[in-house]
Design a protein around this ligand. Structure first.
Ligand SMILES: NC(=O)c1ccc[n+]([C@@H]2O[C@H](COP(=O)([O-])OP(=O)(O)OC[C@H]3O[C@@H](n4cnc5c(N)ncnc54)[C@H](O)[C@@H]3O)[C@@H](O)[C@H]2O)c1
Length: 257
């Protein structure tokens, strides 16, 4: 193996991806597995059939757990089952589970906003916390947490009514360097990814907006989940060993013109 290939290799490592049943999370799970990692997925829906091909295709171990990241009880019992099954191994955590709500700012209710905060902010924060505790306990020297933020934390999304979503993703990006600072002494790195428009269930409800999104991107197209995957594998691997507390925007240039 060349030095560079070696830096990107996740051979022998174990990863946990929340929201990994489909969309970006599933692409992240696949990418991490292709680089050699065993991958566990937490989600509230059954995984796409593509999830079940990963194990054989890349000769790694995979597992799915039905976990609601917005529930402390569900999250803790998911972690405890995962720890038992994987003998406490954990090197990489990608808290990716997230939801959006499209409502005008003037009509947002406490309930709608609360749902977003409990999944996108609290769910992500405590996933990262439990993962960090497990990494500290198992003494990994390759700890990496990759938080999933959004381009919506950098700009107001032109065609959508998602002020609360933008706020939750801003929280993710703001907490990233603060957590990174506290985990540096344990050799655990923490970075975030901010995807642009990606073709997933989350955006499928807006077929009438796709053409506009394409014209917002410098490269004239919206992303497939696989377009975001490489950034996740990079941040998970030793290739990014000198990066922590940072955000990578993968948006086809939307936020840059
Ligand atoms: N699609 C985009 O354009 C886009 C852009 C920027 C950021 N993102 C972010 O990427 C992440 C993945 O979104 P996606 O586009 O793949 O959408 P998606 O809806 O396909 O995937 C989200 C996943 O999270 C899971 N999930 C939702 N609530 C959960 C909960 N309480 N507990 C556990 N799992 C839960 C869903 O079941 C689903 O599998 C989200 O955090 C989203 O905010 C998406």
């Amino acid at each position: 193996m060349s030095r560079l290939t070696d830096q990107f290799s996740l051979q022998g490592r174990t990863a946990l991806v929340t929201g990994g049943a489909r969309g970006c999370g599933l692409a992240f799970a696949r990418g991490l597995a292709e680089a050699g990692a065993n991958v566990a997925v937490f989600d509230v829906v059954d995984p796409d059939t593509a999830f079940y091909t990963i194990e054989k295709e890349y000769n790694v171990r995979t597992a799915y757990y039905r976990v609601d990241v917005s529930s402390q009880e569900s999250l803790e019992s998911g972690f405890s089952q995962f720890q038992k099954d994987f003998n406490n191994a954990l090197d990489i955590c990608v808290p990716c589970a997230g939801i959006n709500r499209h409502l005008p700012f003037l009509e947002f209710t406490y309930k709608d906003h609360h749902d977003l905060v409990s999944i996108n902010v609290l769910g992500l924060y405590f996933t990262a916390q439990l993962a960090a505790k497990q990494m500290i306990a198992n003494g990994t020297k390759h700890g990496s947490i990759v938080l999933v933020a959004s381009m919506a934390s950098h700009i107001a999304v032109r065609s959508q009514l998602c002020s609360a979503y933008c706020g939750t993703k801003g929280a993710v990006r703001a907490m990233c360097p603060a957590i990174a600072k506290e985990l540096a002494e344990y050799d655990i790195r923490v970075n975030s990814i901010s995807p642009g428009y990606v073709r997933t269930e989350m955006t499928a409800a807006f077929p009438h907006l796709v053409q506009g999104w394409e014209s917002e991107a410098m490269n004239g197209r919206i992303a497939e989940p696989e377009d975001i995957m490489g950034a996740c594998v990079f941040l998970a691997s030793d290739a990014s060993a000198y990066m922590t507390g940072q955000d990578i925007i993968v948006d086809g240039g939307v936020t840059r013109w």
